[in-house]
Design a protein around this ligand. Structure first.
Ligand SMILES: *[C@@H]1O[C@H](CO)[C@@H](O)[C@H](O)[C@H]1NC(C)=O
Ligand SMILES: *[C@@H]1O[C@H](CO)[C@@H](O)[C@H](O)[C@H]1NC(C)=O
Length: 809
């Protein structure tokens, strides 16, 4: 029973990615080195027909079992003990560590990019393998660098070896493709012992050498690098058995699994080495149009500079503020942020969409969820596309694809670091919007991506919405643009900012142009939301300021509302076409506010007024339709047996939504009760952050318990930001807000830090009782918002009680 975001946890595959890309060129057509979305380490350009390269490794001890040891894409049971970027800046590169317990080895990949020329420039990576202390020093490790060139007109060729058996020194591949132009890829000899065997197989394989096998495979198979390697290995073994293999006196396994050396032309190239003990080598990619080739010396220097500049830059953008001054918090920040930004990838392929627009999808009958399920079962989906998406991801192992609801949160820290990069991603998402204004909430693009998601969850439905969090990012950009253009910025050296990373901010015309391009798209999405997710006010004699501003998420079932993003949070039950959702109305408010601001900045006065009026109507209707005086919080609404408006209150994140989204003014009479609800330890407050559902709710901690008690960092982040705003404004709640802000900020950071220290990972959510991270491991998506939380100001005098809370832990 897997649903929505949870479903992938149960998948057999764990996609470990080293998503890499460079974004130094804003021109989308340029061949920018980019993500290989499911590998421990791989590089590919941000174009459909690219050059895929990646690393495979594994120990070879026996003849039979070594297949399980080969790493390329991640399988869940591979016994990894932590992996990920220690530091990463997408414009320069970074360093990644992989702790491979199963193979008794640590792998480090140090990656750099050097821009230049017309095709995205050069890149290089240094791969180091260091055996663990308790690993036998003579363990043999097989290492393969996989190269696959897509595109019909492209060429790829290995230069011949030193003799028929292989290469004593570097291996050089020369390639050309339309998008990349000419290029050269060198796999250096590097350091490390390549073992020799006494076994005389010298007529077929050269001992102690590097080998290359050049092959031609149909393009649709190129993503299956590991499968291709195994197939070639098997071919070699079969040949050996037939021709040379004396069963009484077999050669050692590592020699059996050495590929025959067959260099030449081919869209697939396997460069293979066997190492005994530690090793190190470089892969150097030089683009012909860059005019200068990258060398190992360049790589050494660039890595060092990238490391230094990352630390500098982190300090200027996200320097943790009191009480998080200790170095350990900086390490936490480096790691989480690097993995968030290092998880940005390029995705390409077809998507499954059900465009039947079946009448059942209007969901206006009683029992609509059963009718809708029947309509879905007719399987009217079809492939659409191909589409491309440039996006970050919630979690490298489990969710290596784009999620609309998560993305707006991901981009907030990314935008602080590199606002142009964040804008590229926003544009990429809006490019996926259809003519109606719909964006699929989960982007499963291509055969490879679909192979990881069960069939029943692959199809996207154009009547399903998802929280429009990208509006946060555009709003954030607008605010930064306004601030920047009031002359507050010093020189680049002073701010530590790279000029390219803030080009749109530094040049207000460029910035405004981005807004002009986005504005009609945002409007279209807004209109789509209001049209397709409309709620019914009139049929039920509801009294409200506006007869229009009320909304209902489509896609509900009695137990779930996946489209809201809060999957199993309790809603009115059974579902009813007369239902109204307070979080959705709040999201519409967020969109209207944002559109009003942008229209203002663009000088579109009429639009500003239109959207301001919608915002006013939303604000009033939040109170008229969703405020419960009795419960002192906002609630979803349904209709009762007499078709009368009825509130259904399950206290938790939903009850706070108008506050969380910043729709309540500092003097709102609703704030008092809401702050009380947050601060109450018997309801939402826990020493580890705000609980998703009140401890007193009948559904607290029940069933899947996904959004029914655990602490989520994205929502806590919103609460912290709003408490901070409130603490800075004069009003009746100033000091309460200050206190809650200080304590909540501390609790959240400490909770994430502690689990990270204990386990080596950030987590999808945290247990409100123990503070332990749970569900998806290595969840460096919105949990990485702690870097922003740590960088927020300390408000002296707040959180008097905080010390007490800390002592309890
Ligand atoms: C590598 O270093 C040399 C010597 O400093 C320099 O001239 C060259 O431009 C560098 N190449 C690249 C690709 O950075
Ligand atoms: C500069 O700041 C003022 C007040 O903070 C604001 O009203 C104005 O819009 C800003 N100007 C620009 C060009 O951003």
């Amino acid at each position: 029973m897997a649903r929505g975001r949870q479903l992938s946890i149960t998948l057999a595959f764990c996609w470990l990615n080293a998503l890499l890309f460079a974004a130094w060129s804003v021109a989308p057509a340029a061949a920018i080195d980019d993500a290989e979305p499911n590998l421990y380490f791989g590089v590919r350009p941000r174009i459909p027909k690219g050059l895929m390269t990646g690393l495979m490794w594994g120990k070879i001890e026996g003849y039979a079992d070594f297949q399980h040891n080969i790493r390329y894409t991640c399988e869940q049971n591979e016994g990894m003990k932590g992996y990920g970027w220690d530091e990463y800046d997408p414009r320069r590169g970074g360093v990644q560590s992989i702790h491979d317990i199963g193979n008794g080895i640590d792998i480090t990949t140090s990656f750099v990019k050097v821009p230049g020329g017309a095709h995205g420039g050069n890149w290089a990576v240094r791969i180091k393998g260091k055996l663990h202390e308790d690993t036998p020093a003579d363990q043999k490790t097989i290492v393969v660098w996989y190269v696959a060139q897509e595109g019909e007109d492209s060429t790829l060729q290995a230069q011949p070896g030193d003799d028929d058996f292989g290469y004593d020194g570097d291996v050089t591949l020369n390639g050309w493709s339309e998008a990349l132009g000419g290029y050269k890829l060198v796999v250096t000899r590097g350091k490390g012992v390549q073992p020799r065997s006494d076994h005389d197989l010298s007529t077929i394989r050269g001992p102690g050498q590097t080998v290359v096998q050049s092959l031609n495979y149909p393009e649709e198979h190129l993503w299956q690098g590991k499968g291709i390697l195994f197939r070639q290995l098997k071919e070699g073994v079969d040949w050996l058995v037939e021709n040379k293999y004396d069963v009484q006196d077999p050669p050692p396994p590592w020699q059996v699994y050495l590929l025959a050396n067959k260099p030449g032309k081919g869209n697939v190239q396997l460069v293979q080495r066997i190492f005994e003990g530690d090793f190190e080598f470089d892969v150097l990619f030089s683009s012909e149009s860059a005019g200068v080739e990258i060398t190992s010396e360049n790589l050494t220097r660039e890595v060092q500079e990238a490391t230094e500049s990352f630390a500098e830059r982190f300090k200027s953008v996200f320097a943790p503020k009191a009480p998080f001054n200790a170095d350990k918090y900086t390490r936490l920040g480096h790691s989480l942020f690097s993995n968030l930004i290092g998880g940005i990838g390029y995705f390409y392929g077809h998507s499954l969409v059900d465009r039947s627009y079946a009448s059942e999808y209007d969901e206006d009958s009683e029992g609509f969820w059963e009718d809708a399920a029947a309509a879905r079962a007719r399987n009217l989906q079809a492939l659409e596309g191909p589409y491309e998406l440039f996006s970050s991801i919630p979690s490298r192992p489990f969710f290596p694809r784009g999620f609309l609801w998560d993305e707006g949160f991901h981009l907030l820290p990314i935008a602080d670091w590199d606002s142009d990069l964040a804008l590229d991603i926003v544009h990429s998402w809006f490019n996926l919007m259809d003519e109606d204004g719909w964006i699929a909430r989960e982007q499963i693009l291509g055969t490879e991506a679909r192979s990881k998601v069960p069939a029943e969850f692959q199809t996207q439905y154009p009547h399903y919405a998802n929280p429009p969090t990208l509006f946060f990012v555009v709003e954030d950009f607008l605010e930064k643009l306004l601030k920047t253009n009031n002359g507050s910025r010093g020189g680049d050296a002073a701010t530590g900012k790279e000029p390219l990373a803030t080009a749109s901010l530094d040049n207000s015309e460029v910035g405004l142009e981005h807004l002009r391009r986005l504005y009609p798209l945002l409007q279209r999405q807004f209109d789509w939301f209001r049209r397709t997710q409309a709620g019914d006010i009139k049929s039920y004699d509801r009294e409200a300021f506006s007869s229009k501003e009320a909304y209902r998420w489509r896609g509900r079932t009695p137990t779930h509302c996946l489209t809201s993003g809060l999957d199993d949070y309790p809603r009115p039950n059974p579902p009813h076409p007369g239902e109204l959702h307070v979080d959705l109305l709040s999201w519409v408010g967020v969109m209207a506010r944002s559109l009003a601001h942008i229209a203002g900045a663009l000088g579109l006065d009429e639009d500003t007024e239109t959207y301001s009026n919608v915002l006013t109507a939303v604000s009033k209707n939040l109170d008229d339709l969703h405020w419960s005086e009795e419960h002192g919080c906002y609630c979803d609404a349904t209709v009762d047996a007499f078709e009368e408006h009825q509130l259904v209150c399950h206290k938790g994140y939903i009850s706070l939504f108008p506050f969380l989204t910043g729709l309540l003014p500092a003097d709102s009479p609703r704030l008092g009760p809401l702050l009380k609800l947050m601060a109450d330890e018997e309801e939402l407050w826990s020493p580890h952050g705000l609980r998703s559902l009140s401890k007193k709710d009948e559904f607290y901690g029940t069933a899947e318990n996904y959004w029914r008690s655990p602490v989520w960092i994205n929502i806590n982040y919103l609460a912290i930001v709003q408490l901070h705003n409130l603490a800075l404004q004069e009003g009746p709640h100033k000091s309460t807000a200050r206190d809650l802000y200080t304590r909540l900020r501390r609790n959240i950071v400490d909770t994430v830090y502690r689990s990270w220290e204990d386990t080596g990972f950030a987590w999808e959510q945290y247990d409100p009782e123990t503070g332990k991270g749970q569900r998806t491991q290595h969840f460096t998506g919105w949990t990485s918002l702690v870097v922003k939380i740590m960088a927020m100001e300390d408000l002296p005098g707040g959180g008097e009680e905080a010390a007490g809370v800390r002592d309890e832990l």
